[in-house]
Structures are given as structure tokens and as C-alpha cells.
Design a protein around this ligand. Structure first.
Ligand code: PHE
Length: 345
């Protein structure tokens, strides 16, 4: 018994080693003392049951007390080493992690896809055309008389060789009618360019979606019904639409369509300038001269066309006050509309 108490006293000396041990030495010291099989203290504790009752109590009590002291000392040293490591690397290990940014579709792309998807259900296919156009496709074939002031309203970027950057997607109407015979039902999204200022409601580069229907017996009723059905699908079932007279050289009659404001539901708010209505698109019955230019019999066929700006429509739907936000790489702005449901692409 004396031996055992002396061994405990000797072992106790090793408590001093612990605060000095580095991260490599510490686990070894711990094994030497508390190791399950060969730990010095473990071995002493293993001999306690063989002692006579009085010694058992004395040695057992002393050995268990020392065990608790060692455990506390190892604990404290382990924590201190962990803290020191974190401080050296400058990393706060207690901070929660940051999820990876997976990317997503730009809001305008999402709106274009959504608009075209609704028209697809209504029987429309997608068509595309070039962004560098001839004056004939951009203006002439669309019945803009040469030197007509309507051309000035679409001030253009001219390129060498008689080309210009298209000012609208309407040239795709002409290209489609040249290539396909009626019945025609197409929507055509794409980038357009005008010499406009870069201000809260204008951008020199912008997206448009064109629509064209040509068949026998197409009337203004089809135009109103199709576009109103689309607006109810896109903005919500309670959406109302109204049409007012307008002018485009390639449609006759022409009409602008407004829809009840999606932000205030028609009550009036800054997005709709307190009118309750939002300008959505330009439209009209295809002018017979345009059908003739595309060699489609204007006595037999009629049609309607429309053009809308997805940026303006996204602004109307979400109450976005400035078109320039779409062109800034402000991830906080864009992430609000992240296409999370669609997954990373
Ligand atoms: N192209 C016209 C514009 O940019 C819009 C429009 C398209 C109007 C089709 C009527 C029919 O203003």
C-alpha cells in the first residue's frame, strides 16, 4: 500500500508537464498516464481491488482524485492549443460556413422564357433573326416610307455596308413570312439597339419579344383575346387589359395594350404613376402592304402582330424603379430574383 501511495505522489509530479506539452507531445503524455491498458494511473487503479478494505479506501480515494486532476489538466491544455491554432491561422472556427453561390438565370432571361412558354401553350413557336439587319428588313419591308419621321423615332446605330443594328424585333416578322406560308404563329425574343440615353427608363440595348399570327380569318378579336389571355396568365387571373389607338407603319389599325398594375392591383402606386395601369405592348393588324412585301396574298390572309419589352414588364411586375439595375453586376439585386427552383445552370 505504501508503494502505491508513493507511486501516486510521484505520478502527481507529472501534472507539471501538461501545460508545457505541445500538440504532438500531449496525446502521448495522456496515453502514458490515462491509457486504458498501460497507463500508469490506470495500472494503480487496477490494483486497488486486491487491497484490504482500509487500504482500498485510502488508495482508491487518492487515485481517483488524482485521475480527476489529470483529466481537468488535459482538457484545459487541449482547449488552449486549439485556440492558439485558430488565432495563428486567423480563422474563427466558431463562425458558420458560407454556402457556395451557384449562379442562376438573369431576371430578364427568366421573364423571356416565361412569356414564350405561355405563348407556346397558345400554339406559338420561337423564331430568331439577326441583330445586324438591312434597312429593308428593319424599315422598308415593314412599310416605313423612306424619310418618314417614324424612322427618326427609332434612331439607329448604322454599320458599314448598308447594315444597322436592328431597332426592333419586327424584321423577324418579314423573315418568317418569307420563309413560311400561313398559318403562322411565332414569338421572337431578341436584343435590339437604339440611340437612346441610358436613363431610368431607357437603355440603348434592350430585349424585345415580337409576336406574329397570320392565317385566314384572323381578326382584331383574336388579337385582343390572345393578348388578354397571355396577360392573365403572366400577371394573374384578376388582371384586366385595355387597348388604345396607336400608330405603327406596319400595322393598321394599331393599338397599345395596358394591363392593371401588378404591384398595386390597380389601386395606384409609384410603379404605375398612380394611374392603376401599366403600358405593356404595342400591337395591331398586319398592314396589307407588309403581307404583299412578303408575297402573302393580302386578299386571302390577315394577321396580327405585337411587340413587348421584357425589361419593362419585369419592372412592372416587381416594382423595379430603374432599368439600369439590370445591367449592373450587383449580385445582391440579382440574387433577389435567383432562379432557385430551376436549379443552378
Ligand atoms: N416594333 C414596335 C416597336 O418596337 C412594336 C410593335 C411590334 C408594334 C409589332 C406592333 C406590332 O415599337
Amino acid at each position: 500500500m505504501r508503494d502505491l501511495l508513493a507511486a501516486l505522489a510521484e505520478l502527481r509530479e507529472r501534472l507539471k508537464e501538461i501545460p508545457q506539452a505541445d500538440e504532438r507531445r500531449l496525446p502521448d503524455v495522456k496515453t502514458e498516464i490515462l491509457g486504458r491498458k498501460a497507463g500508469a494511473l490506470t495500472r494503480i487503479l487496477g490494483q486497488v481491488p486486491q487491497l484490504d478494505p482500509a487500504s482500498r479506501k485510502e488508495v482508491g480515494g487518492a487515485a481517483n482524485a488524482l485521475k480527476r486532476e489529470f483529466e481537468a489538466a488535459f482538457d484545459a491544455r487541449e482547449r488552449a492549443l486549439k485556440h492558439a491554432a485558430a488565432a495563428v491561422s486567423g480563422v474563427d472556427l466558431t463562425l458558420p460556413g458560407r454556402a457556395a453561390w451557384r449562379g442562376g438565370l438573369h431576371l430578364i432571361t427568366q421573364v423571356v422564357d416565361e412569356i414564350c412558354d405561355i405563348f407556346r401553350e397558345l400554339g406559338f413557336t420561337r423564331a430568331v433573326g439577326p441583330e445586324a439587319e438591312t434597312e429593308w428588313y428593319n424599315f422598308g419591308a415593314l412599310n416605313f416610307p423612306k424619310d418618314h419621321p417614324a424612322i427618326d423615332a427609332q434612331d439607329s446605330f448604322y454599320l458599314d455596308g448598308g447594315y444597322l443594328l436592328r431597332t426592333h424585333t419586327s424584321p423577324v416578322q418579314v423573315r418568317t413570312m418569307e420563309q413560311y406560308r400561313p398559318p403562322i404563329r411565332v414569338v421572337s425574343p431578341g436584343q435590339c439597339y437604339r440611340r437612346d440615353p441610358f436613363d431610368p427608363s431607357h437603355s440603348p440595348v434592350f430585349e424585345q419579344i415580337e409576336g406574329l399570327v397570320v392565317d385566314e380569318g384572323v381578326s382584331f378579336v383574336d388579337l385582343k383575346a390572345t393578348l388578354s389571355a397571355w396577360a392573365r396568365r403572366f400577371f394573374g387571373a384578376e388582371t384586366r387589359t385595355r387597348f388604345s389607338p396607336s400608330y405603327f407603319p406596319f400595322t393598321e389599325p394599331s393599338a397599345d395594350m395596358q394591363a392593371t398594375c401588378a404591384v398595386c392591383r390597380g389601386a395606384g402606386c409609384p410603379t404605375c404613376k398612380h394611374t392603376g395601369w401599366i403600358e405593356i405592348l404595342g400591337s395591331g393588324m398586319v398592314h396589307p402592304a407588309v403581307l404583299d412585301n412578303c408575297k402573302i396574298d393580302s386578299e386571302r390572309y390577315t394577321g396580327f402582330a405585337f411587340g413587348m419589352g421584357p425589361a419593362r414588364i419585369a419592372m412592372a411586375r416587381h416594382g423595379i424603379p430603374d432599368i439600369r439595375l439590370f445591367f449592373e453586376s450587383d449580385v445582391q439585386f440579382l440574387a433577389q430574383f435567383a432562379d432557385v427552383a430551376g436549379g443552378a445552370r
